[in-house]
Design a binder for this molecule. Structure first.
Ligand SMILES: Cc1cc2nc3c(=O)[nH]c(=O)nc-3n(C[C@H](O)[C@H](O)[C@H](O)COP(=O)(O)O)c2cc1C
Length: 341
């Protein structure tokens, strides 16, 4: 097994899960159970991020903060407009006149990075890309370890050259958005362990493997493939401390769904979730265009969720979703820890 990369008893990282699931309660419980907790600061304003960090400092455990790096490549208006027209039947169902509120935004990541330089945390991880190398070295000088999410060996090499400390190697089985730096890339179906081995062949950086974990044997497989730690998301979604909506928690256990798929239909970036009516109807029309599509469909998805319409909302899920259990998060962490005993 590779050397320890994280300052926690167990080589288990709770994936940052923006949009609600990564509640402070979840992060604190993961830390107390011996795992490494993350705050999901994507889609949160800088003040919220700062307030959450202040809370996390009181727990007496190490933790990380995750950001999306978006807005580097401007979106084209025409494909998003075409998709807007394709979504008309769904909009009509909810009495809405869909519009494109904004083509681009940077999720205020430059401001958040600045705050993290001034007020350093143990680990900062990035998804969808990296800030300039100069900012990475500022974060490191301030005392943070910087982790880059990568999905290919080429991204791993670029991240290593930019000076990061560790790589979160995300496989295609992962729930939620793919961390791919190229949102137009087709996300193939490969086991996470294979991606870990590809990346391990081109870098000596410590690796944190993510994607598709459904129990202790999957954790063991990833550690044997060369990972120093394993990052888990979907398996935590149904726990008591998870901030996922009840609709999402129930959907993960529902026989209404038979599988997960990678789709751009909800946000304009490839993301894995439960295959539902929305995916079947709109994936054929979907375009690459994050965050424009995310902003455009947000109210549509919110209304569907409020109406309990499981074929209109999105439910991020990795391939291991059938193993996501209810109960305290400490129980799930203990169950996974069997892999390292
Ligand atoms: C609901 C949900 C939200 C997610 N949000 C983020 C996020 O904000 N930042 C990030 O880097 N990854 C995010 N991910 C991906 C996770 O970091 C991780 O790669 C994934 O959960 C691992 O696969 P698994 O879900 O099969 O365990 C999210 C995943 C899920 C399921």
């Amino acid at each position: 097994m590779a050397p320890a990369v994280i300052d926690s008893d167990l080589p288990l990282v709770a994936a940052p899960m923006a949009g609600g699931p990564s509640s402070l309660q979840l992060a604190e419980a993961v830390g107390r159970a011996g795992g490494f907790p993350f705050l999901a600061a994507a889609n949160a304003d800088p003040a919220t991020m700062t307030a959450q960090i202040e809370q996390a400092r009181t727990w007496g455990v190490s933790f990380g903060v995750n950001l999306f790096i978006v807005g580097e490549a401007p979106n084209e208006a025409e494909p998003v407009e075409q998709y807007r027209r394709a979504l008309a039947p769904q909009a009509a169902k909810y009495g809405m006149d869909l519009h494109i509120p904004q083509l681009d935004d940077d999720d205020q990541w430059p401001q958040k990075v600045e705050l993290l330089c001034q007020n350093p945390v143990p680990v900062v991880s990035f998804t969808f890309g990296l800030p300039p190398a100069q900012q990475i070295s500022r974060l490191r000088r301030a005392g943070s370890a910087v982790w880059a999410t990568v999905t290919t060996a080429a991204e791993a090499q670029a991240a290593q050259e930019a000076g990061v400390d560790a790589l979160v190697v995300q496989g295609p089985a992962a729930g939620g958005h793919s961390g791919t730096w190229d949102p137009a890339r087709v996300i193939d179906d490969r086991p996470t362990a294979e991606v870990v081995r590809d990346v391990d062949a081109v870098t000596k950086l410590p690796l944190i493997a993510a994607g598709g974990v459904d129990g202790p044997s999957a954790v063991r497989t990833l550690l044997q493939a060369g990972a120093a730690a394993v990052q888990v998301g979907t398996l935590l979604l149904r726990t008591e401390e998870s901030g996922a909506s009840q609709l999402h928690k129930d959907a993960l256990a529902s026989e209404h769904f038979a599988e997960t798929v990678v789709t751009r239909a909800f946000t304009g970036r490839p993301a894995r979730g439960l295959r539902n009516g929305f995916v079947d109807a709109y994936e054929p029309h979907a375009v690459t265009g994050y965050p424009a599509v995310h902003h455009m469909t947000r109210e549509l998805r919110r209304r569907a969720a409020a109406a309990g319409d499981v074929d209109g909302a999105h439910f991020w899920a990795g391939t291991g979703y059938r193993s996501a259990a209810e109960g305290p998060v400490a129980r799930t962490i203990r169950h996974l820890a069997a892999a390292v005993r």
